[in-house]
Design a protein around this ligand. Structure first.
Ligand code: F6P
Length: 322
């Protein structure tokens, strides 16, 4: 192992920069040349790689987003695109690749590796925390704190005006973000894709005497349908007469300075990824399992994302929001 390349892929997540920094500096510490590429696999297909020296990653640990830029690039699943990238990487003597992103990106990179490309290690990073095989993904903590801050602000105005709010959070097909910010933000209800209930059921709940409040906040996970809270608010109005104001937090949740947790875990994951490459390991993902950092099998994207396995926390919230 002499030359490694690091890239970020998929949606950006706060803490990616800590992982990039750790990869670059651990690589140099281990005697490797480290290269970066902009815009993930698209940048690789366009052969835009450049050397990264330890000083090149100074002052990025506190920044949100990714200094390497990112993107979704389905073309990398095409054999011809991977073949072209493999030849390019061979020509540049790149023998290790660290992919910071989601399991779709790891899968493409792992295929590249088995087709004669460089050794590959994945680092899970997404605000959704939905990568199978890891209890934690870089960016989740920052996103939940960003969302929580917004919910606290909404609570001030909800209280002052005696208003009801629907706050929609990200999370695509998993409710991890919704459940955590719902409990931490004192939500009236938490709607997740895993434990849906109909608008009629919701209407019934919010009109029971126990629930009849002057002001309240319902947290809704976007559930593959960003903006769905607008429709739900309208349905609730016609079913109950209650007016719900809607606040869709959207991409605000993706940006911002990473929390201590995301910087620390990003640093640890970056370090472990390069150590693995130096140890001759390939085709693995860095993961948190039972609270410990380790290497695990790259999950198959066809098996779908990690989702909430049980509704215990939603039941808990039902008790606490009395
Ligand atoms: O996967 C992270 C995520 O922020 C999801 O929560 C959201 O559904 C999606 O990305 C939005 O993607 P884009 O930024 O490409 O619109």
């Amino acid at each position: 192992m002499k030359n490694i390349l690091v890239l970020t892929s998929g949606g950006d997540a706060p803490g990616m920069n800590a992982a990039i920094r750790a990869v670059v500096r651990t690589g140099h510490h281990g005697g490797l040349q480290v290269f970066g590429v902009q815009q993930g696999f698209q940048g690789l297909a366009e052969e835009r790689i450049f050397p990264l020296a330890p000083r090149d990653v100074a002052n990025c640990i506190q920044q949100g987003g990714t200094i390497l830029k990112t993107g979704r690039y389905p073309d990398f699943l095409q054999q011809a695109t991977r073949d072209q990238c493999r030849v390019f990487l061979q020509k540049n003597h790149i023998d290790g690749l660290v992919v910071i992103g989601g399991n779709g990106s790891f899968k493409g990179a792992a295929l590249l590796s088995t087709e004669g490309g460089p050794a590959v290690i994945g680092i899970p990073a997404t605000i959704d925390n939905d990568i199978p095989g890891s209890e934690y993904t870089i960016g989740f903590d920052t996103a939940r704190n960003t969302a929580l801050h917004a919910i606290d602000n909404i609570r001030d105005t909800a209280f002052s005006h005696d208003r009801h709010f629907l706050v929609e959070v990200m999370g695509r097909s998993s409710g991890f973000l919704a459940v955590d910010v719902g409990i931490a933000g004192g939500a009236e209800f938490i709607l997740t894709p895993e434990f849906p209930f109909s608008t009629e059921q919701l209407a019934q709940k919010i009109t029971t005497p126990r629930r009849a409040k002057q002001n309240s906040i319902i947290i809704i996970a976007e559930a593959d349908e960003p903006g769905r809270s607008l429709k739900i608010a309208e349905q609730l109005r016609s079913l109950t007469g209650l007016q719900y104001r809607v606040c869709i937090l959207g991409h605000i949740q993706r940006g911002g300075s990473p929390t201590a947790l995301d910087r620390k875990i990003g640093s640890e994951m970056g370090f472990l990824a390069v150590k693995a490459l130096l140890d001759g390991i390939s085709g693995k993902m860095v993961a948190v399992q039972e609270g410990k950092l380790l290497l695990t099998t790259i999950p198959d994207p066809a098996a779908g994302p990690r989702i909430l396995a049980h509704g215990e926390l939603i039941d808990l919230n039902d008790v606490l929001c009395a």
